[in-house]
Design a protein around this ligand. Structure first.
Ligand code: OFO
Length: 180
């Protein structure tokens, strides 16, 4: 049984995950527009992963017999200066999400809601991977600088990322779908 404070906080986190999905869909669209199909693929997979995160919270609220309350999703930016700008904004956003998950974990611990604390463990681990993936790509983009060939090679690498649906993720014992 969830208390009101926790239901509100979980609904807030659900909204943030939906915004994350919307943000990465926007970055995917921008990447397609500027001719970087591999980047577009990477962000599309990220969009799909964020929808999985949102639906995990949606299902958890339902399973606990509480009510999901959908709020409006903010408009994401649609113009970006460069591929590096997109990934810097991605990392910045993921740091914000990590902070939000940590605050949620603090709240549920304070309320002695151990079931929700256990539920949040998956998100706490996932955030480590999310930030680390972004840092890797930012480092590569900084090395590439203005080298067009390097950018096209990275685009090919990012084209290889595949979305792994949640059931397969669990079987594989990983948080999945985040390579390369
Ligand atoms: Fe849901 O992890 Fe990114 O935002």
């Amino acid at each position: 049984m969830l208390n009101e404070k926790i239901i509100n906080a979980l609904n807030g986190q659900l909204n943030k995950e939906l915004y994350s999905a919307y943000l990465y869909l926007s970055m995917s669209a921008n990447s397609t527009f500027i001719g970087l199909k591999g980047f577009a693929n990477w962000f599309m997979v990220q969009y799909q992963e964020e929808m999985v995160h949102a639906m995990k919270i949606y299902t958890y609220i339902n399973d606990q017999g509480a009510k999901v309350k959908l709020k409006s999703v903010e408009e994401p930016p649609s113009d970006f200066e460069s591929p590096l700008d997109m990934f810097e904004k991605t990392l910045e956003h993921e740091k914000f999400i990590t902070k939000s998950i940590n605050e949620l974990a603090d709240l549920v611990l304070g309320e002695k809601d151990h079931a929700t604390y256990m539920f949040l463990q998956w998100f706490i681990n996932e955030q480590i991977e999310e930030e680390s993936n972004d840092v890797d790509i930012i480092n590569k983009l900084r090395l590439i600088g203005n080298d067009g060939n390097g950018l096209l090679m990275l685009d090919k690498e990012l084209a290889l990322r595949v979305f792994v649906p949640p059931a397969q993720t669990q079987q594989a014992g990983s948080t999945g779908g985040t390579a390369p």
